[in-house]
Design a protein around this ligand. Structure first.
Ligand code: 5GP
Ligand code: MN
Length: 357
């Protein structure tokens, strides 16, 4: 295998997340940091590389909320921030975004959204070490980097945690903040299909009460793609494979998309994000996997389970992270080498009744 699939630093990392969310002491500390900010304090908001709706939405929604308090000087950024994926280009709060290279080198406070580990922040991870840093997240695999942890593995999205922090700061929701938080919540719940609880719908109701249009937002974020991406989907889906023996017989459906595929159809990588939802519906398999090439020997891997396999364990053991039923990692080598590594991990990651208890 070339390059090594597993980052040795992460290979043995256990899932560190506690079942509970932030304590009252954590909340008090986070609120105090904001209250104590001097008017000229520099606040840097960051989120993970290749941001999804939850990463950008929780960061920008919280940033807009902070701007309503008129405390500190705000900047937002993420690794590779020059490229905001098309569906998010109309989001409120994007004026807070600065190129990564222009981000405060020495912020007073750094707030990090939706990143389970420092590895997801690239070079921006330095800022966390040199400032008061608050980590806002909901990944069970969060490695507890940073100073103050607002990490709730029970939360359906990072935006759930961000909204609670805004409430505790006395910020009133308005339509701009709500649009960002709604995009985040809708993204991570698969448009209210996963992690659906009364609390999720109560938050959605509070956001919709500001007057935002859920239908328009959903069409823009989820249902606006170039025609040629539809043809690309056809090709990638037609090469899907079903492996009934994988994961001790729970079954695996998987496919891949190369840079060459994207080039042939003139498409950008973001169009591939929804494809995992098209393969996960295969009823014969518990696990689904989509492997997306990002460089000649580098692949972004998405894993999903319907409940019988802990794909977060697979992802963590291969250098990534995520949630029990939705996780990912960056793989190196060929598709077939990566699939071999995934199959080996899947054998060890079936949820037994004892482990689930
Ligand atoms: P997706 O498959 O939608 O990209 O990601 C599913 C989940 O896995 C998300 O919670 C995401 O944050 C996490 N995830 C995806 N890729 C990586 C990765 O390379 N490293 C880590 N730590 N988490 C990942
Ligand atoms: Mn998230």
């Amino acid at each position: 295998m070339t390059g090594g699939l597993v980052d040795p630093a992460l290979a043995d990392a256990p899932c560190l997340g506690a079942a509970g969310g932030p304590t009252e002491a954590d909340w008090a500390a986070a609120v105090k940091v904001v209250r104590d900010l001097p008017p000229d304090g520099r606040v840097l908001l960051i989120c993970h590389v290749n941001p999804d709706g939850d990463a950008l939405g929780s960061m920008l929604g919280f940033g807009l909320g902070l701007s309503r308090l008129a405390v500190g000087n705000l900047q937002a950024t993420f690794p590779g921030s020059a490229e905001v994926p098309e569906p998010f280009q109309g989001m409120p709060g994007l004026d807070l975004l600065v190129p990564e290279a222009d981000a405060y080198p020495d912020p007073d406070v750094t707030i990090c959204f939706d990143a389970a580990s420092e590895a997801r922040l690239g070079r921006l991870a330095d800022r966390l070490r040199d400032s008061v840093s608050i980590v806002v997240d909901h990944h069970a695999s969060n490695t507890r980097f940073g100073t103050i942890h607002l990490v709730d593995p029970q939360a359906a999205a990072t935006s759930v945690v961000a909204e609670e922090w805004l409430t505790r700061l006395g910020v009133e929701l308005d339509a701009e903040i709500a649009e960002c938080l709604y995009i985040a919540l809708a993204t991570d719940t698969g448009s209210f299909r996963f992690d659906v609880t009364a609390a999720v719908h109560q938050l959605a109701a509070r956001l919709l009460a500001t007057g935002i249009r859920a239908d328009e937002i959903s069409r823009r974020i989820f249902d606006t793609r170039p025609f040629d991406s539809v043809r690309l989907y056809g090709e990638v889906l037609s090469r899907a494979e079903f492996d009934p023996a994988a994961a001790q017989g729970r079954g695996l459906v998987w496919t891949y998309a190369t840079l060459e595929d994207l080039a042939r159809y003139g498409q950008r990588p973001y169009v591939l994000e929804p494809l995992i939802d098209s393969i996960r519906c295969a009823m014969e398999a518990d696990v689904s996997c989509l492997i997306k090439q990002v460089a000649p020997e580098e692949w972004a891997v998405s894993l999903r389970s319907k409940g019988e396999v802990d794909v977060s364990r697979v992802a963590v053991n291969l250098g990534g992270g995520g949630h029990q039923l939705a996780a990912g990692f960056t793989g190196h080598g060929s598709v077939f080498e990566i699939m071999d590594a995934i199959r080996a991990e899947l054998e060890k990651s079936v949820i037994t009744p004892d482990a689930a208890a």
